[in-house]
Design a protein around this ligand. Structure first.
Ligand code: ADP
Ligand code: MG
Length: 246
């Protein structure tokens, strides 16, 4: 059976002036899977992420989400087609409690649905609590977001992203700046989410994603170096050279 592709890039290229940060990258992302984009610093991961999430427009090539060319959509339209990215720290209201933050995010989604003629404003608070539970910070529901520890804030950002019920969730270095303990908690959360969502994760620490990813995409100097299962990637000589050569 052919793979169910939710997102693909076609010869995606992004230049900054004369510098090519991402060159001719064609990759497919399978629905329901966890795909990690890895590569050394400067490989083009964040550029790729920003192209996938609509923050950047490509210089050439396309991003196709669920069969629709989204390459030239403005950022705020991305949520409507079903792509959400964590971490948009700007989405968190520091003075609001964790629960209020998620409720506001759900409310925004309902407003959008109402625009299309549906009426389902009820039950927002239980759903907000469920999301906090899912990301593991239910016990902090009543605390202002600014008082949460770093790892808890990132969990809250994920809950906010999930409030839009995205078909695909993008995450850029979700464990950046975290303690070993927070990192373990975040990886466990990502594994939980992976069982029910399509996730795309950007990470420069290869070891971090090897155990949890279904597929790995390796970038190097803005080019696609390899793509495959973690076992494929581990056995790939070019990937070993790039990582071990550092
Ligand atoms: P990574 O996230 O893998 O570390 P980036 O995508 O951030 O890599 O950067 C890839 C390359 O593109 C780097 O050499 C970086 O200096 C360059 N680059 C990224 N963003 C810009 C920009 N806005 N202007 C100029 N060069 C950029
Ligand atoms: Mg980066």
């Amino acid at each position: 059976m052919a793979a169910d592709i939710i997102l693909r890039t076609e010869r995606l290229t992004r230049r900054f002036g004369k510098f090519t940060a991402l060159n001719d990258v064609s990759v497919e992302f399978e629905r329901g899977k966890l795909t990690s984009i890895i590569g050394p610093n400067g490989a083009g991961k964040s550029t790729f992420f920003n192209l996938l999430s609509g923050s950047f427009a490509p210089s050439s090539g396309r991003v196709v989400f669920d069969g629709v060319d989204v390459s030239r959509l403005r950022q705020h339209h991305y949520a409507r087609v079903g792509v959400a990215k964590s971490f948009q720290i700007t989405n968190v209201f520091p003075a609001f409690t964790a629960l209020e933050n998620v409720r506001v995010a759900l409310q925004a989604g309902v407003a959008r649905l109402n625009f299309w003629g549906r009426r389902d404003a009820l039950g927002l608070e239980p759903r907000a609590r469920d999301l906090l539970q899912l990301v593991g910070i239910a016990q902090h529901a009543a605390r202002p977001a600014r008082e949460l520890a770093h790892g808890q804030q990132r969990a809250l950002e994920i809950a906010i992203a999930l409030a839009a019920d995205p078909k695909l969730l993008l995450m850029d270095e979700p464990t950046a700046g975290m303690s070993p303990e927070e990192t373990r908690t975040m990886m466990a959360l990502i594994e939980r989410l992976a069982s029910e969502r399509t996730l795309v994760l950007v990470e420069h620490k290869m070891k971090m994603v090897m155990g949890i990813s279904d597929r790995i995409v390796v970038l190097h100097h803005g080019e696609l170096l390899a793509a495959g299962t973690p076992a494929d990637i581990r056995a790939n000589d070019e990937v070993r050279r790039v990582y071990l050569g550092k």
